[in-house]
Design a protein. Structure first.
Length: 283
């Protein structure tokens, strides 16, 4: 019957049986170009408003200099090496705390989500600490670990742990029960069930938590670097504000935003690599 259906000529306007219509390469390229142009246009419009508004007197140029002035200061900082030094210090702290959080929170979340005794044991502690803001504990970290690198990495680790941990727990507990019943019907062992069903189904939600943690790692670190740091983008922004070096302050802010965008795009690409088995919506 399948062979007959596949060999039958298609009527005008009818999609051939057994075939899935996929967008052509040209269509996919065109869609990507339209999306890219839209994103670039939004950024260009924002920068244009930033450039024009101070020059027209719509805002005070002392407190919001034109973007070209900020860009000149950014190039000056990049040229003399200061920007690279501050960026390197911030990235080292941020990536260290973020990496530790991923290494700890993902396995712990899988355990809590899959094994009920572990959830029962650790549940009360999670409820206590999940509602405590990371920056509220910054003085505690500084008192216990000092004002050096350890306290800054620790505060980033603490802040990044929660979005990863909570999303991982939710991912495991939210696996489709139908998949579990089908897996058990073929007598999969507990470990094989976890390996072949739970982990693949949980990956997209786990990566959502990782991406949230990526943004948190930069935001929390910048705030932490404003207290007792001698290098880093947060220190650069804070010191520039106190010295009324406004273009330098905005140059630091722009750098922080650019790092956040690049970091998020890297995580999105990594997520696509690990979830390549998913069927795209609309295919």
């Amino acid at each position: 019957m399948t062979a007959l259906l596949e060999s039958r000529p298609a009527v005008d306007g009818e999609r051939p049986a057994g075939r899935v219509r996929r967008p052509s390469v040209a269509r996919r390229v065109a869609d990507a170009l339209v999306t890219g142009v839209g994103k670039v246009a939004a950024v260009v419009l924002l920068l244009a408003v930033w450039e024009v508004a101070p020059r027209l007197g719509l805002v005070d140029a002392t407190f919001l200099p034109p973007f070209s002035t900020v860009l000149d200061e950014w190039w000056r900082l990049a040229g003399n090496g200061q920007l690279l030094d501050h960026t390197g210090a911030s990235l080292a702290r941020s990536l260290s705390g973020f990496g530790l959080a991923v290494a700890v929170a993902v396995p712990l979340g899988l355990l809590i989500g899959w094994y009920k005794p572990v959830a029962t044991l650790l549940g009360p502690l999670l409820e206590v600490f999940r509602n405590t803001a990371a920056l509220a504990l910054l003085p505690v970290f500084v008192l216990l670990l000092g004002i050096g690198e350890t306290s800054k990495i620790a505060i980033v680790f603490y802040a990044c742990t929660w979005p990863i941990l909570l999303n991982t727990i939710s991912a495991v507990r939210g696996v489709d029960p139908t998949l579990l019943r089908l897996a058990r019907s073929v007598d999969l062992s507990g470990f094989r069930l976890f390996q072949k069903v739970i982990l693949p189904a949980a990956v997209p939600t786990v990566f959502t938590g990782i991406r949230l943690a990526g943004a948190v790692s930069i935001l929390v670190l910048v705030a932490a670097e404003m207290v007792g740091a001698k290098a880093g983008l947060g220190y650069l922004v804070n010191a520039s504000q106190f010295n009324f070096a406004i273009p330098r302050m905005y140059a630091g802010i722009v750098t922080i935003s650019a790092i956040g965008v690049v970091f998020n795009q890297l995580l999105v690409a990594l997520e696509r690599r690990f979830t390549s088995w998913r069927v795209p919506v609309g295919s």
